[in-house]
Design a binder for this molecule. Structure first.
Ligand code: ADP
Ligand code: MG
Length: 696
């Protein structure tokens, strides 16, 4: 380890003259090391760089002055506020410094002390005062240097001063002091990237970037610092992805897949026998996948397509291709309900081609002993239970992971521990912006299903104002009378991977309410705490139109295919990310009938209203998730908040120029340098180990 970086990795408790409470507070905001603190981005800055003598101060401007305290007093206003007044002089004139409600300052200051202050100058030409925003006391040495015109390293005044997010009782003042200390000790040779990349991309040195992100010399430097740190952030993410892809390819070679003339004919027969024609983008995805699977390296393809765009059939064809080559496929769904649905549709497509399919979830097990031999089953569909340690597969050639809500790139270690290195197809309806998938998967490994199958009408979405609830219910009755069905999604009370009791209670309450409003109709309820069999029964009943309205918690949100349901009501819509709302909306619009999405909120916040109105008029999932990404950040949008993954501080994940530039640099790095020689990168990349982000 180089000394410079070694020093940065020290625990935050090694900060000198810092109370245990402050240390604890730093840790609670995720600052564990010096390095973390250096990367703690300021939220904003105040420009106090205008240094002036008292007689030259201009009213209305922000400035900094240095003087000696000559008088201290306090006044009380009629409303019970206090005003602290401190008079200073610098030999050119006197100045009254003003603070509000900070009596303790009068115990801190004494006459004769030297002080540097920054703030806005108020009052008239001959009666000026300064409302102080920042101050620092100066020792004699600093004061004398200032007096004799030498440069003085101020912490809180006389500069462009940083302000930080003040969480958990940490003040900007404290953070600034600690950052200032680190910057004063930071070795200027600290660097993460090879000089060729720095030069090529016109980046400033890392040390300079840290200095200027906290104390920018001017706006240009601030921008350069930000550009540098943003570059590093994306570089590390992208490098982690690149290394992951490389490792993926270097692992044990997958089985050899062939597309012989005979196999090609069988594939075509299968595709011709489908009850519909593949869309052009489905066709393209299929071609790419079939070609991927014939390569010497394992496929790691990401198939992205809006809800209802027809991803399942693509997975079916890929598994059929594996079957024709004599290999097993595993299809993993996020919930049992979806696993069962997949099981049914796979069977429907593949039964007549004598492909044998098993279903394996926590509670349903086609295979009782843990051996899944190829002579018994060609395809196994299930939940996480598929990766149960006890299960032994014989010849897994393909793994499909469906509706990965978060960024599980893969339970790679799990597969590895099973000694298999299959082709991998990850499918999602989450509209992840291209820039993000580019960082994670690389250009060549992404397939997108652009357009939904023909004949689908976009879902009409209405943001329903509070006073229109009754008329909305009346309108819903008309749809029901026309023989259509309705989903009602209750508000998300508690966010969790598992169904919480609070969510269940709110669904049951809503169920009672809906039953009384829609007393002439049949209403069902569904929540995640029900037994799987029960859930399954309710969904089957709903699909068979044994009842008209299904009230459910938000947990059961993706992938369910009930074509006769044409209306979805979403309560408490403000609680969802737009991408999530879009997925909920995708539960309807699965037939050629016109479908509707009605969104309700009790919130009157202008922000919420404009966000939901945007949702109502936008049907493009990518645009929706970009909107949220811009306003709420990636952690919120992709549910990666806890892991910290993708929570970039300096970069924007929508900055396609930066992302393209970085991906060129990363490829250059990988081809020309050894990561072991770049300890900062190595350390940061290891932090982004993709295992961190898989769901379990
Ligand atoms: P998702 O991408 O959300 O997983 P599905 O695979 O469940 O979507 O497909 C939704 C519905 O569209 C299914 O009923 C499926 O059979 C049907 N479908 C898929 N592809 C086509 C197509 N090319 N033309 C018509 N219908 C299709
Ligand atoms: Mg699906």
């Amino acid at each position: 380890m180089s000394k410079a970086f070694d020093w940065c990795l020290q625990g935050i408790e090694n900060l000198p003259a810092t109370s245990p409470l402050t240390i604890k507070r730093f840790k609670s905001v995720g600052v564990e090391t010096f390095w973390d603190l250096l990367n703690y981005a300021p939220l904003r800055y105040s420009d106090f760089s205008l240094s002036s003598s008292i007689n030259n101060l201009e009213v209305g401007k922000k400035a900094s002055v240095v003087g000696e305290i000559i008088n201290l007093s306090q006044e009380r206003t009629r409303r019970g506020f206090t005003i602290q007044k401190v008079v200073i002089t610098d030999g050119t004139d006197n100045l009254v410094l003003v603070w509000f409600n900070q009596s303790y300052l009068l115990r801190t200051f004494r006459s004769g002390q030297k002080i540097s202050v920054s703030g806005e100058v108020k009052g008239q030409l001959f009666d000026r005062s300064m409302v102080v925003e920042e101050y620092e006391l100066l020792d004699d040495k600093k004061y004398l240097s200032f007096r004799s015109g030498d440069s003085v390293d101020f912490v809180h005044t006389h500069k462009i001063i940083p302000y930080y997010s003040e969480k958990k009782g940490l003040s900007s003042r404290v953070i600034r002091e600690k950052v200032f200390y680190l910057l004063s000790k930071l070795d200027s040779s600290l660097e993460s990237l090879p000089s060729s990349i720095i030069k090529k991309n016109k980046l400033i040195p890392l040390h300079q970037a840290f200095v200027n992100i906290h104390y920018p010399e001017n706006f240009d430097y601030y921008k350069l610092a930000r550009d540098r740190l943003a570059f590093d952030e994306i570089f590390v993410l992208n490098l982690a992805g690149e290394i992951y892809r490389k490792e993926w390819q270097e692992e044990k070679k997958p089985y050899k897949f062939l597309a012989t003339t005979e196999i090609k004919e069988k594939l075509s027969e299968f595709i011709d026998a489908l009850p519909f024609e593949l869309t052009p983008s489905q066709r393209k995805a299929v071609t790419t996948i079939i070609s991927d699977m014939q390569k010497d390296t394992a496929m790691n393809r990401f198939l992205q397509g809006d809800v209802g765009s027809g991803k399942t059939v693509v997975a079916v064809i890929a598994s059929y291709f594996a079957y024709l080559n004599g290999y097993q496929s595993l299809i993993m769904a996020p919930t049992e309900v979806l696993a069962v649905q997949h099981y049914k549709s796979f069977k429907q497509f593949l039964d007549k081609f004598s492909v044998k399919i098993a279903l394996q979830t926590g509670s349903i097990k086609t295979v009782k002993d843990y051996k899944i031999s190829i002579s018994d089953y060609d395809i196994v569909i299930g939940t996480h239970a598929l990766f149960n340690e006890k299960l032994k597969y014989e010849k897994v050639g393909l793994v499909v992971i469906d509706e990965q809500q978060r960024f599980g790139v893969m339970q790679r270690s799990l597969l590895r521990s099973k000694g298999i290195n299959p082709h991998l197809l990850t499918m999602t309806a989450t509209p992840i912006p291209r820039t993000v998938t580019l960082v994670l998967f690389g250009e060549l490994n992404i397939s997108v299903l652009q357009k939904p199958p023909a004949g689908r009408k976009p879902v009409k979405t209405y943001f329903v104002p509070l006073d229109k609830r009754q008329s909305a219910y009346e309108w819903i009755k008309k749809r029901l009378d026309a023989g259509e069905q309705v989903f009602i999604v209750c508000p998300l009370i508690e966010e969790s991977d598992h169904e919480t009791l609070k969510n269940v209670r709110s669904a049951l309450a809503e169920y009672e309410k809906i039953k009384s409003i829609f007393s002439k109709y049949r209403v069902g309820v569904l929540h995640g705490r029900m037994k799987s069999k029960e859930k399954q029964q309710i969904l089957t009943d709903f699909k068979n139109h044994n009842f008209d309205i299904l009230v459910s918690t938000p947990v059961i949100e993706v992938g369910i295919d009930i074509p006769n349901a044409t209306v979805i009501v979403i309560e408490g819509a403000e609680r969802y990310g737009l991408a999530q709302l879009h997925q909920l909306r995708g539960r309807v619009g699965r037939s050629d009938k016109q479908s509707y999405c009605l969104i309700f909120t009790e919130s009157r916040s202008a922000d919420v209203v404009s966000r939901l109105k945007y949702f109502a008029k936008e049907n493009d999932g990518f645009k929706l998730s970009e909107y949220d990404l811009r306003r709420r950040g990636p952690g919120e949008v992709f549910g990666t908040r806890q892991s910290g993954f993708l929570n970039v501080k300096f970069a924007s994940l929508l900055d396609s120029d930066l992302i393209e530039k970085v991906s060129v640099a990363v490829r250059y790095f990988v081809n020309n340098y050894n990561l072991n020689d770049y300890e900062i990168l190595k350390k940061l990349v290891s932090y982004y180990d993709f295992k961190l982000i898989s769901r379990d």
